[in-house]
Design a protein around this ligand. Structure first.
Ligand code: 7RM
Length: 636
């Protein structure tokens, strides 16, 4: 069991050193002991960051579903693999055992084959968080088709762009989806998108909301009857270690979305290893990640990582606010969840509400709390620690990206002492470097710079679908021989990392480099503030000045806004210094966010700079309607 499960800090350092000095030996041992291979690799890894070309477990043969499903059947056949919790708390949860998962995935795989899907074909999955989504993802992997999951909250034009970029042959969708008290006409969105998608020959439609929808003759088929009729046996396709497993689109700051390509063996090994350690996973745990499978977090830490470990993974269809703001905590109590993994945006939204929603439920099953997606501000960290973890569950602030496939910097709970807002230490196999403006690595501690990774890890994305040059330019050209993350970070006196945010979130005011995150942290400490976002705008004297967009908590009584502005600037002065005071403060109904909950500072920046005519496509936002209101109330 050598390196696989880290149990104390001393062991972490030992394992980490080994992973740096003998990376091949390190990963080889893990790959050998914990997975099923059809053929062994010839070479653990090779890489060239100039080309760039990265290969792990060269010439090994495997199928990831054999590792995530089949091999568990003998010992865990009756264990729950996927615990499906529906949108409506009155609808019964489904305990899908490993045995049942095997049957459903094989049936789905056979349905895909019957509909002409072959190894290497791209399959677009546009489904809500229902079991069929997980079956579809795994069924693609079973037959060697490349899944491209598109978050089922994206518009028809966003969907069409993604389908066309990778020429998907088939789309899997549903008649509709439930989101809280609303239902959404997914099939209508697909129909609209497909008007401009010539590559799509068929659509398989899962029934979820029983709505009356249009079925296109010769193109659309109901999924469940086909599933039920299909054979429960399907031999796994034997894949090469470097065969693509999936494409997942991530939006860049400019240009069209990038189809990040992840391959099979390295992705499997890394997500399994990090799941085990970052969540200190044990056999009887009930693990819950609240992300949508439409994001990388859902791919790696709802599906592949947990299932590769034979875990029980909760899949939640609904939203945190329905039927009320206690929904998350109700589910934790009901299923005795042991690990709970969510995003700062969800924590902040829930922290705005009455504490009674949390206090009502028994959360004593929790052992580990996770955070991902954005820097977690100190306020939110403490709220999470105090009220959810009752100061007993370590918080793992996990830093990673769609491109990295798995978590790169994170505490290991009960091993790494945590500090609020610090992602702490690199996981084994990860070699971070901080870079200065001149492209030199900044050595030593108590420094700040741009975060790069110096050496490949198994789950790094291998290319951008159809555009290898863009892959090289985006990630490997800024700093020679290094992967550039696009994030800034600080390294403290003991070597802990604090991610300060995207480097395009750095604003230079009167020659001072100000990261937006610490300023926002200071603002968020004000007890009337729910959320904030800071951007820069041109200023005659300072070069740039700061514009704050601030959402207040629903406190009932309306407070004097001018007093609030003073108090907020006072807080900033105390915590950062007068240089970081805001010139303009606009109180807003909400902040524009991506569907995965990241604040879109780019849009706020345009508004602050009075460039609103070039806002770009805002239809993929979670809340496009707030943009109009913010525009109307803009401070000139
Ligand atoms: C997993 C995911 C990636 C970007 C990344 C960061 C930010 C993610 C943290 C974080 C601070 C964290 N993939 N980010 N996690 N920043 N602390 N723990 O979110 O591709 O959608 O986004 O998200 O800027 O580069 S992603």
């Amino acid at each position: 069991m050598s390196n696989y499960h880290i149990k104390n800090l001393e062991e972490y350092f030992k394992v980490y050193r080994k992973s740096v000095h003998k990376p091949e030996e390190f990963w080889e041992e893990i790959a050998e002991e914990h997975f099923v291979w059809r053929q062994r690799w010839d070479n653990v890894m090779s890489f060239d960051f100039e080309k760039p070309e990265i290969k792990w477990f060269e010439n090994a043969k495997l199928n990831i579903t054999e590792n995530c499903i089949d091999r568990h059947l003998r010992t865990r056949g009756d264990k729950t693999a996927i615990l499906f919790e529906p949108n409506d708390p009155n609808e019964e949860a489904q305990h899908i055992t490993y045995k049942r998962l095997a049957e459903r995935v094989n049936q789905m795989a056979n349905v895909l084959k019957d509909n002409g899907v072959q190894k290497g074909d791209r399959v677009c999955i546009y489904l809500p968080m229902i079991p069929e989504l997980a079956f579809a993802v795994l069924a693609c992997a079973r037959i060697g088709a490349i899944h491209s999951v598109v978050f089922a909250g994206f518009s028809s034009s966003a969907l069409a762009t993604r389908i066309n970029d990778s020429d998907c042959k088939i789309v899997l969708t549903s008649d509709g989806s439930y989101r809280g008290s609303k239902s959404i006409d997914l099939k209508g969105i697909v129909d609209e998108a497909l008007k401009t998608c010539p590559s799509v020959k068929s659509v398989l439609v899962a029934k979820r909301i029983n709505s009356d929808i249009h079925m296109e003759e010769g193109r659309d088929k109901w999924l469940q009857p086909l599933l039920d009729a299909a054979s429960k046996d399907c031999e796994p396709e034997i894949m090469d270690a470097e065969d693509p497993l999936f494409i997942l689109y991530t939006s860049g700051s400019t240009g069209k979305p990038k189809g990040m390509v992840h391959t099979t063996a390295g992705y499997m090994v890394y997500t399994a290893y990090t799941f085990k350690n970052v969540f200190q996973y044990r056999e009887s745990d009930i693990y819950w990640c609240t992300a949508d499978i439409g994001w990388i977090t859902g791919h790696s830490y709802i599906i592949y990582g947990p299932l590769a470990n034979g875990a029980t993974t909760v899949m939640f269809e609904g939203v945190p606010s329905y039927p009320d703001f206690g929904r998350f905590w109700e589910i934790v109590e009901k299923h005795k969840v042991t690990q709970f993994y969510t995003a700062p945006t969800a924590i902040r939204a829930l922290a705005k509400e009455d504490l009674a929603y949390v206090e009502k439920y028994d959360l004593s099953s929790l052992k580990v709390l996770g955070s991902v997606g954005e820097p977690i501000n100190e306020e939110a960290w403490h709220w999470y620690d105090d009220n959810v973890g009752k100061k007993k569950s370590p918080i793992v602030d996990t830093w990673w990206q769609t491109e990295t496939g798995g978590i790169l910097i994170s505490p290991i709970p009960y091993v790494t002492p945590t500090i609020p807002t610090f992602a702490t230490l690199p996981l084994p196999g990860i070699q971070p470097a901080l870079m200065d403006e001149n492209g030199e690595e900044i050595k030593g501690n108590l420094v700040e710079g741009r975060l790069c990774i110096k050496f490949p890890w198994p789950s790094i994305a291998r290319t951008i679908w159809g555009n290898h040059e863009r892959y090289r330019d985006t990630y490997f050209s800024a700093y020679k021989g290094k992967y550039f993350t696009g994030d800034g970070a600080r390294r403290d006196a003991v070597g802990y990392y604090r991610i300060t945010g995207r480097v395009d979130d750095v604003i230079i005011v009167s020659g001072h480099n100000l990261g937006t995150a610490p300023i926002e942290d200071a603002i968020n400490e004000h007890n009337a503030v729910a959320e904030s976002a800071i951007v820069g705008f041109p200023h005659d004297i300072k070069g740039n000045a700061l514009y704050g967009f601030i959402t207040l908590k629903e406190t009932g009584e309306s407070r004097n806004h001018d007093n609030l502005r003073k108090e907020i600037n006072q807080l900033i002065t105390e915590q950062i210094g007068p240089i970081a005071k805001l010139d303009k403060i606009q109180f807003t109904v909400g902040l524009p966010k991506t569907r995965s909950g990241k604040i879109m500072r780019r849009i706020l920046r345009k508004i602050a700079c009075n460039e609103a005519e070039s806002l770009g496509d805002i239809s993929t936002l979670l809340n496009p309607e707030v943009v109009q209101q913010i525009l109307e109330e803009r401070i000139a």
